[in-house]
Write a protein that binds this ligand. Structure first.
Ligand code: CA
Length: 318
């Protein structure tokens, strides 16, 4: 199998930091760039986090591009208190990672995505693990990328389980439901990796102790970052058995779909503020008889994934 070009669109973010490490370590992935978006922190903070982590892991040649700084329907953005409680004030568990000497690329993230779609076509995997604002914006600017991008695998949404912001809404979708709806209705070959599967993939301090035991700066930093997240899951009573590997599972599924069982379904996102199910990812009733352009992951081989993830981290952090 030839290496796939991948663009990560991250709101880095603790599990985004894991997705970044997993993508760097994977032999089948050529990480051609990271787009920074808002969510777990402000866009300029998530961009800095990605640059710092790339340098920490020795990936000095992966560029970071700036994406949107707020949703398609607002003029600014404030980090949700729950995001800060889970990811820390700085987005990466309040851990001080050595500052990168690099700066962000001068090209805008949306233009970078459009250009890459035309250049790499089927070979390109676009993988957003935050709000879908950047892709919606890119689609608006150049609708042809809906068919050009080989594959879009996103972390977000909840189909068969409750949301984590409201009973219907998952956090990434909640940031910009209108953009998400536009993406679900237009972007072809899309796979949703949502809470249905990610909540079943749990990491514990037994795993992070092995990162720590590597004796490297990367192992130490990543263990400190992940332990903050595991503690937050425990203290906020999200899950006392471990912390969910949301974003890295999406990366794994993008290159090995056999980790999950998917349901073919044309989807939509509801965004009527009055309706009570604001931000819900659900089947599009108007397109039940049309050919499907998207899939939702509903089951996961969690033991295989968590084990493979841990092996990857031990390789990347060594
Ligand atoms: Ca994320």
């Amino acid at each position: 199998m030839s290496r796939k070009k991948m663009i990560l669109d991250l709101d880095t973010g603790i599990d985004d930091a894991l997705a970044l490490a997993y993508a760097i370590g994977h032999d089948d992935i050529d990480l051609i760039g990271i787009i920074a978006t808002y969510g777990n922190a402000l866009t300029n903070v998530t961009a800095k986090n990605s640059l710092d982590l790339l340098d920490l892991l020795g990936a000095h040649d992966v560029p970071v591009f700036i994406g949107e700084s707020h949703s398609s329907t607002t003029s600014d953005f404030t980090v949700m208190p729950i995001s800060q409680a889970i990811h820390g004030q700085n987005g990466i568990g309040d851990v001080e990672v050595a500052a990168s000497t690099r700066s962000v690329d001068s090209q805008n993230g949306i233009d970078f995505l459009i250009e890459a779609a035309h250049q790499y076509k089927d070979e390109l995997i676009y993988l957003p693990t935050g709000p879908l604002t950047n892709l919606a914006k890119a689609l608006e600017k150049d609708p042809s990328i809906a068919k050009l991008i080989g594959q879009t695998t996103l972390m977000g949404g909840a189909l068969t389980v409750p949301g984590n912001v409201t009973p219907f809404t998952e956090a990434n979708i909640h940031q910009d439901p209108e953009a998400a709806d536009y993406v679900f209705k237009n972007q072809e070959n899309l796979t949703m990796v949502g809470l249905d599967v990610t909540l079943r993939t749990l990491l514990t301090k037994k795993h992070t102790q092995e990162w720590r035991d590597l004796g490297t700066t990367a192992g130490q930093n990543y263990a400190d970052i992940m332990d903050y997240y595991i503690d937050a899951y425990y203290n906020l009573d999200i899950d006392k058995k471990g912390a969910a590997l949301h974003d890295p599972l999406a990366v794994a599924v993008a290159v090995d779909p056999s980790y999950v069982t998917t349901l073919d379904l044309n989807m939509q996102v509801t965004y009527d503020q009055e309706s009570g199910d604001y931000g819900r990812t659900i089947g599009d009733k108007a397109k039940l008889l049309e050919p499907t352009i998207s899939k939702a992951a509903v089951l996961v081989d969690q033991d295989r994934f968590v084990s493979d993830f841990q092996q990857m981290m031990l390789k990347v952090l060594a």
